[in-house]
Design a protein around this ligand. Structure first.
Ligand code: C2E
Ligand code: MG
Ligand code: MG
Ligand code: MG
Length: 279
């Protein structure tokens, strides 16, 4: 068929496409069911101040354990949620769960540190986003300052001015904002000035490129130094993501990076384990 259809047409019967489409459809149905059934959980990864060594807060990362499929990676099911119109419901679940957990920890007298949640670009662009966010804060009674939203540069690719205005209103509510995976998108450092974010998270790919021997002229080192210098001069806090090695940590300390997060400290942990280690 593909041949007969000629050059400028799609090939309909690529076997791998069919398998993928079927799998995506199945995952979509499974995710729809999971949203109301306790299969989703948040795990918490600690972040630390590099000068004092103190815990500054955590990032909540969603986990899905399906009864037969097992652990489905977030990168996979978030893409599915976006494509099938489930991202609004998933994001609401994440924020409600994170806020409820903060309240529970507060009741137990544990540290009132902040929790960060990830928000995908598609979710942020939805009209209901601000009202949903406000309702979650009001219903749980969490102080807006204790919630941080991590967004990626991709948020600004669409409707830049409207997106910036929305972020400013969210910032005015008191909610803190971080730019996630910084350096992987298309925005320039000077563009940062327009972004109403308190925090810049340097993408882990640059930390990885620091290399074992801390090559000070290597590509990773150059970018990490530039982001720290420029970001701090604009009054932003800089967090290094994906720190796995002592040498990376030493380099970041020498560059006066503010905070770090990564397997060197801890992977994301179930809430109870996080509390018993860091509460
Ligand atoms: P992210 O927000 O940049 O999160 C960091 C990812 O790196 C997490 O993967 C985390 O487990 C992993 N990580 C942390 N430390 C290290 C390290 O030292 N080395 C390495 N190699 N990896 C490390 P995870 O949990 O699989 O999440 C992947 C991505 O999925 C996240 O990237 C985020 O973009 C998205 N995601 C996760 N949870 C949510 C959520 O609740 N909502 C939305 N919209 N997206 C989420
Ligand atoms: Mg993140
Ligand atoms: Mg990241
Ligand atoms: Mg990422």
């Amino acid at each position: 068929l593909a041949k007969a259809a000629g050059k400028n047409t799609f090939r309909f019967f690529e076997p791998h496409m069919n398998v993928d489409a079927v799998q995506r459809q199945q995952l979509q149905n499974a995710l729809r069911a999971a949203l109301g059934s306790g299969q989703l959980a948040l795990h918490y990864q600690p972040k630390f101040d590099l000068r004092s060594g103190q815990l500054t807060g955590s990032e909540a990362l969603v986990r899905w354990h399906h009864p037969t499929l097992g652990h489905v990676p977030p990168a996979r099911f978030i893409a599915i949620a976006e494509d099938f119109g489930l991202i609004g419901a998933l994001g609401r679940w994440v924020r409600e769960a994170a806020c409820a957990q903060m309240v529970a920890w507060q009741r137990q007298g544990r540290a009132a540190a902040h929790t960060a949640v990830n928000v995908s670009a598609q979710e942020l662009h939805q009209n209901s986003f601000e009202a949903d966010l406000l309702r979650t804060l009001q219903e749980t009674g969490v102080a807006p300052e204790r919630l941080q939203l991590e967004i990626t540069e991709g948020v600004l690719l669409r409707d830049t001015d409207a997106a910036l205005a929305k972020l400013s209103r969210i910032r005015d509510m008191g909610v803190r904002l971080a730019i996630d995976d910084f350096g992987t998108g298309y925005s320039s450092l000077s563009y940062l000035r327009r972004l109403p974010v308190d925090t810049i998270k340097i993408d882990q790919s640059f930390i990885r490129e620091l290399g074992r021997d801390n090559d000070i002229d290597g590509a990773g080192a150059v970018i990490v130094r530039a982001v720290i210098g420029m970001g701090q001069s604009m009054g932003r806090r800089i967090v290094a993501e994906g720190v796995e090695a002592q040498a990376e940590l030493d380099f970041l300390r020498r560059q006066d990076c503010d905070e770090a997060q990564g397997y060197w400290f801890s992977a994301a942990l179930p809430a109870a384990e996080f509390a018993s280690r860091y509460g």
